[in-house]
Design a protein around this ligand. Structure first.
Ligand code: HEM
Length: 368
């Protein structure tokens, strides 16, 4: 796997459940302001040695260069839209309206490749991302950002940050410094284990036939007040094919194929809710849950429109994993609050800069 996968921020404990619901009603700019302010007050000034969202965002800029107007991670992407239709099965475990039988919720999304370089060449092994924002009644939203690997490589924000710097590519070789990478791995057995699991799940041919995993645990509460732990994934209805053995010839091949495939007809995924049992890891996304866990097929995601990133589409959404509707609550996984805070930091930086030009021009691809 390429090193440009998800890398590290700093976590501060919060009580995100109520806050998340409130944030669901807020504007994106409002979210940025709340998150950045809160985090700095709690950790930055009072504990100068600590990892803060700003230091994490700086870490991305050190590793990938500073690319004004772009996300500090998952910089290369296209925007999509469509809808999600619940089939009612999820209502057994959660009151979230998104799961109601027959409810059609509008979705804004974004496919991306991990790493902070906006015009990076597509490769099969670079981690693929899918961010989704479901618009629900009464101004509620559910936002989630998922990736195509079955476990995360780090259990803590510090691990993420240190791995990002340890695996930074050396300009002379285009590869990480072997000594730094080895030193990191020697101190992080959880990452070594997670990398072995990832190796056993080689990537599929492209964005359309990838399974996207939320990885972090959450809690669902049903109408009787019963709470269960959950992890979720989007499983493609499109048949999965192995990635091509040869590297793509075209810099944007994976994105171009996605664009032409969506243009030719809609793409669909099943939302699978995996219900945890006592003893399952709720605060460590490097550890998989047993395959025997109950799976609920909660409905179908349909994506039928793809656009070059532009004002007002997926480009301008902060896919903050703590923006949740009632019926879905965060777990104590330290990655969640860290992600929320550093996404806000990245959002605040990029929205204060002149907008970057997307490497993937959808109309050009379709006219070609
Ligand atoms: C501590 C760990 C992590 C850090 C520091 C981190 C950092 C970031 C940052 C800075 C962004 C850009 C946000 C923006 O400007 O809107 C981003 C985007 C993203 N991250 Fe993470 N991330 C982490 C963990 C994860 C995990 C566990 C997942 C998946 C389960 C994930 C999936 C994504 C995806 C799909 C995007 C792109 C979303 C979009 O299109 O806007 N990240 N990440």
């Amino acid at each position: 796997m390429d090193q440009e996968d998800e890398q590290a921020p700093a976590a501060q404990p919060r009580t995100p459940s109520r806050r998340s619901t409130v944030l669901g009603l807020a504007t994106v700019a409002g979210i940025a302001a709340v998150d950045v302010g809160g985090f700095l007050y709690v950790s930055g000034r009072l504990t100068p040695g600590k990892l803060t969202p700003a230091r994490l965002a700086d870490g991305f800029e050190t590793t990938f260069g500073k690319h004004a107007g772009f996300r500090r991670n998952h910089a290369k992407g296209v925007s999509v839209s469509g809808h999600f239709t619940g089939n009612g099965a999820g209502s057994a475990v959660s009151t979230a309206t998104v799961f109601e039988s027959g409810r059609r919720s509008p979705v804004t999304g974004r496919f991306s490749l991990s790493g902070g370089v906006p015009d990076v060449a597509d490769t099969a092994t670079t981690v693929r991302g899918l961010g989704l924002r479901f618009s629900l009644p009464d101004g509620e939203q559910w936002r989630t950002a998922m990736i195509n690997i079955p476990v995360f490589l780090d259990s803590t924000p510090r691990g993420f940050y240190d791995r990002m710097l340890a695996f930074k590519k050396v300009p002379a070789t285009g590869k990480p410094d072997p000594a730094k990478a080895a030193a990191f791995l020697a101190g992080h057995p959880e990452t070594v284990k997670a990398m072995k699991i990832v190796k056993k799940h080689p990537p599929t041919s492209g964005f359309a036939d990838s399974t996207y995993h939320g990885l972090n645990a959450f809690h669902l509460t049903n109408s009787s007040g019963h709470m269960v732990p959950v992890r979720w994934s989007m499983v493609p209805v499109q048949q999965a094919r192995p990635a091509a053995a040869k590297p793509p010839e075209d810099r944007d091949q994976l994105f171009n194929t996605l664009v032409t495939t969506v243009d030719a007809g809609s793409l669909r995924w099943r939302l699978m809710l995996t219900i945890g049992l006592p003893g399952d890891q709720l605060d460590d996304a490097t550890v998989p849950w047993p395959d025997s866990r109950r799976q609920i097929d909660a409905g179908t995601l349909t994506l039928d429109n793809v656009q070059t990133e532009a004002e007002g589409n997926g480009r301008d959404v902060n896919f903050d994993p703590l923006v949740l509707p009632q019926g879905i609550e965060p777990s104590d996984d330290p990655l969640l609050s860290a992600r929320s805070a550093v996404y806000a930091q990245s959002f605040a930086r990029r929205s204060g800069e002149p907008a970057g030009t997307s490497a993937v021009n959808v109309s050009q691809v379709l006219d070609a």
